[in-house]
Design a protein around this ligand. Sequence first.
Ligand code: SAM
Length: 259
Amino acid sequence: MLSYQHIYHAGNLADVQKHALLAVMLEYMGQKPKPMSYLETHAARGVYQLDDAAAVKTGEAEAGIAKVAQWFASDHPYKRALTAVQERHGDVAYPGSPAIAQALLRAQDSMQLCELHPQEATALRQAMRGSGAKVHQKDGFEAVMGICPPTPRRGVLLIDPSYEIKDDYKTLPGWIANVHRKWNVGVIALWYPILRDGTHKQMVQALEAKGFPKVLRHEVEFPPAKEGHRMIGSGMFIINAPYGLQAEAQDLTKRFASL
Ligand code: SAM
């Protein structure tokens, strides 16, 4: 039973960290003319309207992208994706990760997106119309394992679970190691929450112990969305991280420290 809906959290500070790194990663990969594959295990609906009652209720976007949009210059790829989505879907629209990819991928690139929730998958198909993206309404772990290694081999996988299933923290390191074994050139990026009770730490230690190549681990902390909330920050663990992402990570660290 899936109850998580990203509309409550779209554009929050965790999205800002994840989406800024994703955008810079895709822009960097796009500098070479060779085509690339973009895959997601957990895509959600792609585009959000931040005046939706659910988004307004939590106030997470208000304390997130609405507060920090000026961190990003107009030529920053995250800002370019934000602008592209607002031009297409209106002034209060916010791009989820699939829409960020849509804004930054080129005609020669391909996109495969998994989303298990039927309503989210339907909305995603609609949001991605005309992009050529394949949307799979399937379990993302199973579907992506079947797709890997993708054609073309150059590419990026974003793994962005809702962690509703607590076992995800235990199973992700092994699952990622299997994907990496099948697709050793793939850029594999996992998002995870930084939790007050440290639940994420064992997973991160297990990932570190795997000895993956060119790892970039980036974590930021921020005030919880509500007093007492478990999530106090956001992390990305990236295998085969493109050179150049480190500079963006350092900038984000400084910006989040200023909050
Ligand atoms: N990546 C999105 C973004 O940044 O815009 C947000 C993804 S949201 C955190 C997680 C999504 O995963 C939810 O929409 C949920 O319905 C979906 N989901 C949960 N379990 C799944 C599974 N096993 N396979 C695919 N999707 C799943």
